[in-house]
Design a protein around this ligand. Sequence first.
Ligand code: HAX
Length: 434
Amino acid sequence: MDPIKQKFVEVALPRVAEFRKLLADHSEKVIGEITIGQVLTGMKGMVSLLCDTSKLDPEEGIRFRGYSIPELRERLPKRNPEGEPLPEGLFYLMLLNELPTREDVDALSREWASRSDLPDYVYKILDAFPTDTRPMVQFSTAILAMAKDSKFMAAYLDGMGKKEHWDQTYEDVMDLIARLPRIAAYIYRRMYHGNKQIDPDPSLDWAANLAHMMGFDNYEVHRLMRLYMFLHSDHEGGNVSAHTTHLVGSALSNPYYAYAAGMTGLAGPLHGFANQEVIRWMFNMIKEIGPACDDKEKIRKYIMQQIEDGKVIPGYGHAVLRKTDPRFTAQLEFGQKYLPDDPWLITMTCLFEVVPEVLVGISKIKNPWPNVDAGSGVLLMHYGIKEFDFYTVLFGVSRALGVLASLCWDRAYGLPIERPTSHPLDWFKKQAGM
Ligand code: HAX
């Protein structure tokens, strides 16, 4: 058994015992009330999911297993002291609830490298797509296709019992995460670089290898890619990509099915697609009103007009957060440190001054502050990854770390199929005395 899997067994056993005891002794304990408003507006604030990997505080932002982003940028292992944390380390932490050593992280890099070969049929499926097919269509199809070889599915059909479900889930999860950089880079090179593919470099870590296979071989892009893969990995259990992966997984669908479903949710404009929309939106704004920071009044009017036209300002607002997203702050700091004169960074900083001022005056908007997507595209643009249609794929590669670590835990706990109750409108009207 690989040492990470062995460790997972050691960590999971006592936690599973606690889970069972909680369920056996306290399942009748009331933990909240549900309002009609919550049901009719996307279940916001309704406690309904178990997720150990991270927790989102509306005022402070995300903590991964109790650690904030600044803490982890300090404490997770890096390739060199000036660099960004290796995402392998964050996966280790989310899966095992323990900060890894540099050796642990290197072992995980090697483990993923050894599992990263793509089956031939995945290339053939991707080659069949017209090159103008949306990258997220290609990405989620490639993932779904690999369900053909799901070890979980094979073991299930072979009569695997419930207690073993976590085991083959872990195997699929590790194969899947290992292969994602290959899939993403293949799509990228085929769409934007005449299908001139680049072999992986076994000496590189998971994130740097993705940058390398996309054609970006300098240390600065590797550093950015490590930060990007770290920041987008997890945002507790209720966001669309995480919840969908969990929900589909609850039917004992194999990890490929579950994560592909999560990715089709990530592809929506109110979720991960916003990271590309931000750049498209900035292009359009500059086309219409000229270099953005020249006249902030013009930006204000532009934003007001967009809202009057019924459009959202991408990269701003959040369903849970009520402050600036620390994932945005980390990217802003990175930009200010390494690319302070970049014109896109200057526009982004200027929007950060103006957009919240405007949105705060619109009473229906609960959070006027930037989210993770307001900053990521600008950094990618600076280093030459300018094909913003592709950005959600990068988000998706990163998101695998959190949602698939959670899926291992779902299976260890033996969580049952998810099945809430629904009612027609008249039932709610009756509850309200209407
Ligand atoms: N621009 C314009 N209007 C906005 C807005 C924004 N940035 N944010 C919220 N609103 C509007 C909503 O559309 C909603 O309007 P209606 O009542 O007319 O439908 C109203 O304000 C109330 O929304 P809310 O309660 O504040 O926010 P929600 O929980 O409904 O939605 C969203 C949260 C993130 C989807 C929303 O803020 C939004 O659409 N933002 C822009 C898109 C975006 O950046 N998405 C990425 C979010 C982070 C993420 O998941 N990344 O992957």
